[in-house]
Design a protein around this ligand. Structure first.
Ligand SMILES: Cc1cc2nc3c(=O)[nH]c(=O)nc-3n(C[C@H](O)[C@H](O)[C@H](O)COP(=O)(O)OP(=O)(O)OC[C@H]3O[C@@H](n4cnc5c(N)ncnc54)[C@H](O)[C@@H]3O)c2cc1C
Length: 448
């Protein structure tokens, strides 16, 4: 099987060197950090992006590649619609290499309850102007060539899209660089340098960079970084497994799923396949700390979650991971350059079986690669995008909760304007940091 294309042994494409000073340091070279740096540079700010490992080494290369409005939380939907417009213009700049294709997203229902959930979402989504619509079982059967499963209906958004994560995000980083952003790989940010109560710089493993603004877009590592600065976010990391098949006949050109399995047509003629809802979770100190906050989602997801007692050594919430360190000390971020957990092959085997059962004409898909990623999730399944009042100059953009790839360009634009002091153009109250402490009830997003 093919090795995952981005790892800690991949050649460094963005060597630096680090500047002594800039306006904004962005921590994290996933799609959120990259697109934030892109728009900050476009706004004329001097921006440095520090990535501890490789650009897009973690979630931003490992995801399914779905760019979807469908099933979105309504706080995110307007940003996602902007993001889709941005993806279209990015695909004009980068051409086929992004793998951007608007071939639609289709959710498949096996039960009346699922149909009712889709209809509830659709009724609220319609006023936003999305082109989503319900489909009958007959229409679904016509759309999915050769399917043997009797889905009773579906929710379909023809304008939704797909991209090729592991080629797209590194390309977007070259675009940010071309606009003036300095991008550094193998450059962990260890700590903030806070002076007189506000951000004065960062301590990185390659030295101090003076700046008066920092954006934390560290994916699954954000909570660990922020906690060392006295800022708590109830973020946990969930293991999600994926596989890519060998090229096979086309059954649907877009992305589709039910709660058993999900598939997305790939540019190489295969499919990215994954469990529809199953994932795994390693219990660690943060899990205990945040247990109460997570009870509502836990109740919903309990059966689809595989619990394991301890994360591998050095993972963000592993039992032995260091929680305190100084700016001149080696930090946990240098211990694991690229989080590369082993996929759960039992889950992948079940997905192969579901696929073969649903499309008997194609048989059991043969795998070209299998991998996993650590999803940075929040208890209400929507991110934190906010300034930290207690530390002026610090902005958080993290916890995309398993759907940050599609929204990446739009969210990057929003975060850049927030940092630049411009109107972000969308209502960001749903993503405020204080929601975890101000006594308001947490409302989980639809996570459809
Ligand atoms: C299996 C899987 C399937 C998914 N499917 C989809 C999908 O179909 N559609 C969708 O929209 N989303 C999907 N997602 C979610 C999506 O991939 C993420 O929400 C998105 O990539 C998050 O981007 P990010 O930039 O916030 O984080 P990441 O991509 O995780 O990037 C964070 C980066 O920060 C770096 N970092 C952390 N700490 C430091 C530090 N101290 N110093 C320097 N660098 C640091 C890390 O090395 C990492 O590269 C999926 C995720 C997974 C894992």
């Amino acid at each position: 099987m093919m090795r995952f294309p981005i790892s800690d042994t991949s050649p460094i494409r963005f060597p630096g060197p680090p500047p002594a000073a800039c306006d904004v340091v962005v921590l994290g070279g996933g799609v959120i950090g990259v697109m934030t740096a892109w728009f900050l540079a476009e706004r004329g700010l001097k921006v440095t992006l520090c990535e501890k490992g490789r650009i897009a080494g973690e979630q931003s290369s490992r995801n399914w590649g779905w760019i979807r409005q469908q099933g979105r939380d309504f706080g995110e939907l307007p940003i996602m619609m902007e993001s889709l417009r941005l993806w279209k213009s990015l695909s004009q700049e980068f051409g086929e290499a992004l793998g951007f294709r608007q071939e639609g997203v289709l959710y498949l229902a096996k039960t009346e309850r699922e149909i009712a959930n889709f209809e509830t979402w659709l009724a609220e989504a319609k006023p936003y102007g999305v082109d989503s619509h319900m489909m009958t079982g007959g229409a679904v059967a016509e759309k999915l060539k050769g399917s043997s499963k009797a889905w009773i209906g579906g929710l379909h958004t023809p304008s939704d899209a797909r991209g090729e994560p592991w080629t797209a995000v590194p390309l977007l980083a070259t675009g940010a660089q071309a606009r003036g952003a300095v991008i550094l790989e193998n450059c962990a940010v260890r700590r903030l340098d806070v002076q007189a109560g506000r951000v004065a710089g960062v301590f990185t493993e390659q030295g101090r960079i003076a700046c008066d603004q920092v954006v934390v877009a560290g994916g699954a590592w954000s909570a660990l970084f922020l906690r060392a600065e006295g800022v708590e976010i109830p973020q946990l990391a969930v293991l999600a497994s994926v596989a890519a098949t060998e090229p096979m006949a086309e059954i649907f050109p877009g992305n589709a799923c039910d709660d058993d399995f999900a598939f997305r047509r790939r540019q190489d003629g295969g499919y990215s396949i994954a469990p529809g809802s199953g994932h795994d979770f390693w219990i660690g100190p943060d899990a205990f700390r945040n247990l109460r906050t997570y009870l509502p989602v836990l109740k919903k997801d309990f059966r689809s979650t595989g619990f394991r007692p301890a994360a591998p050594k050095g993972f963000p919430d592993a039992w032995g991971t260091k929680r305190r360190w100084g700016g001149d000390e080696t930090s946990p971020f240098e211990g694991i350059r690229v989080l590369n957990p082993a996929p759960n092959m039992d889950r992948i085997a079940r997905v192969q079986a579901f696929f073969a059962e649903a499309f008997p004409g194609l048989g059991r898909p043969r795998l070209r690669a299998a991998w996993a990623g650590m999803i940075d999730t929040m208890p209400d399944v929507v991110p934190v995008v906010d300034r930290v009042g207690r530390i002026p100059g610090l902005t958080i953009a993290t916890g995309m909760s398993g759907h940050g790839f599609g929204i990446g360009p739009g969210m990057g634009r929003v975060v850049a304007d927030l940092v630049a002091g411009n109107d972000p153009g969308h209502d960001l109250r749903r993503f405020r940091l204080a929601r975890f402490t101000d006594g308001s009830a947490l409302t989980p997003g639809p996570s459809l």
